[in-house]
Ligand binder design. Structure first.
Ligand code: HEM
Length: 458
């Protein structure tokens, strides 16, 4: 067990101290230079760039940087050794002129469970002009939004979507099953979550391409400098606000059976959400719900395609799928890092984090910390008590986890049922991206099969 529920009992003057279990192994004097293996990943995986002093006296919020075309492909594909080196040598790592990175499971949990010390407000900027709801709202207001949103995304509600999600998955597989090959990312993993998103928000399927473009512009802008990235992200952000504004007005006037209608009808403290609040929820859902599922699916299938024994275990027993989804999420950690901002001076393992400084919780490292996961480097579909942090932790734990799990389970079931001998195409290799940890190029071959024609688009 970790001290995940540890109350914040630090001294009232001087720096607050974090969990103290385990030896303090970070250097205490001199410049801290971290291990050099693997890129340091930033908020949700982007390259960390140097933050400038912000207007409130603290750091500038972190943001996704330009797509790192020159990043080491090996480190992108296998970040785990780099995480382990960081955790073992400098568990609380100060990046020169950059954020402080927490790598141990108990330190990460401490940060996530104490939002009054590690705030989400202004911790990341993704082209938004107002706080993302509920991600950038701290308690106590945060709970009002979650009380409203949690029932909408509850397991029972999400389960109703299963037939539709299964039909969407089968339609996508139909498009390539007769060929005996596909580029898994473009042919299945990218369109699936976007189609589900459009479906539940009641938006036209014809708008798929523009949503994909906007989320790519925000998460991995195809530019070379941070200044250019900022411009592209702001243009995409403005386009998202412009898109949702008339849709929200329309749903107020003409309610429908979709989530935007539920949002406009929802009440907090006796008031309906206003148009800006609804737009801020939709903006976040789009960024939080599209790339994450794509990233998880591509990382998982890439792993299995390169380890036929794991793939075959699932094919032999589709009942293994839920456990395999969780274990692959733990190992791959597609959202490898979460941004936070210290609200006051906090001492952790000998390092003083100053009020206003950016902090990065390295989920990818916490998920392979042997203090929490016995034999963390074994990918074990029978692992018990797999309390991975891939959906985060504390009050901001993923709102969409039940939807994500549904999409992942159904996709994995249908893939292993319909194309059980899939493998990486000979002579090719998967290409991993920076930004979220996804596989942007995943060429697969398998025995050709027949279409099933589920007719989800009918
Ligand atoms: C496998 C897919 C997914 C992964 C790995 C994932 C991961 C995460 C993580 C790590 C957080 C915590 C962020 C933080 O504390 O800073 C989070 C929050 C969130 N996620 Fe997901 N997510 C996934 C899918 C989704 C989907 C499909 C939705 C759509 C509804 C969604 C909506 C959200 C929202 C709204 C939050 C903010 C919750 C809050 O602040 O209270 N996520 N997600």
């Amino acid at each position: 067990m970790t001290d995940t529920d540890a109350p914040t009992t630090g001294p009232t003057t001087g720096p607050i101290t974090g969990p103290t279990t385990g030896p303090i192994t970070g250097p205490t004097t001199g410049p801290i230079t971290g291990p050099t293996t693997g890129p340091i990943v930033g908020p949700a995986g982007g390259q960390i760039t140097d933050p400038l002093p912000g207007p409130d006296g603290g750091d500038e919020p972190l943001r996704f940087g330009p797509n790192a075309f020159d990043a080491d492909p090996e480190a992108l594909a296998h970040p785990q050794p780099g995480y382990t080196e960081m955790r073992e040598t400098t568990p609380v790592m100060r990046i020169p002129d950059g954020p402080i990175v927490l790598t141990r499971h108990d330190d990460v949990m401490f940060a996530l469970k104490n939002p009054e010390l590690f705030s989400s407000v202004n911790a990341i900027e993704i082209g938004n002009i107002r706080p993302l709801i509920p991600l950038q709202i701290d308690p106590p207001d945060h709970v009002k939004y979650r009380r409203l949103l949690d029932p909408i995304f509850a397991p029972r509600e999400m389960a109703k979507l299963e037939p539709k999600v299964r039909a969407l998955v089968n339609d996508l597989i139909d498009e390539f099953i007769e060929r005996g090959e596909c580029e898994f990312s473009a042919d299945l993993a990218i369109p699936l979550p976007c189609r589900v998103f459009l479906e539940i928000l009641g938006l036209p399927i014809e708008h798929l391409d523009r949503f994909l473009r906007w989320k790519d512009d925000i998460i991995r802008p195809a530019v070379e400098s941070m200044d250019e990235a900022k411009v592209v992200q702001h243009e995409a952000g403005q386009a998202i606000y412009d898109y949702f504004s008339p849709v929200i007005s329309d749903r107020r006037a003409n309610p429908r059976d979709d989530l935007i209608t539920l949002f406009v009808q929802a009440e907090i403290d006796g008031h309906n959400l206003d148009d800006d609040e609804v737009a801020d929820i939709c903006f976040l859902m789009m960024i939080a719900g599209l790339d994450t599922v794509t990233a998880t699916l591509t990382c998982s299938i890439s792993n299995l395609a390169q380890h036929a024994e794991r793939r075959d275990a699932i094919v032999a027993d589709l009942g293994l799928v839920p456990a395999a989804v969780e274990e692959l999420m733990r190992w791959e950690t597609p959202v490898p890092a979460l941004p936070r901002r210290a609200t006051q001076d906090i001492e952790m393992r000998g390092e003083t984090i100053k009020a206003g400084e950016n902090v990065v919780c390295l989920l990818g490292s916490a998920n392979i910390d042997p203090a929490e996961f016995p034999k963390p480097d074994d990918i074990d579909f029978t692992r018990s008590g797999n309390r991975h942090l891939s959906f985060g932790g504390g009050v901001h734990r993923c709102l969409g986890s039940h939807l994500a799990r549904l999409e992942l389970r159904v996709a994995m079931e249908e893939i292993h049922r319909r194309m059980p001998d899939y493998a990486i195409k000979a002579g090719e290799r998967p290409v991993y991206t920076s930004g979220l940890r996804a596989v942007e190029y995943l060429p697969l071959v398998f025995s050709a099969g027949s279409r099933v024609g589920s007719g989800s688009r009918a």
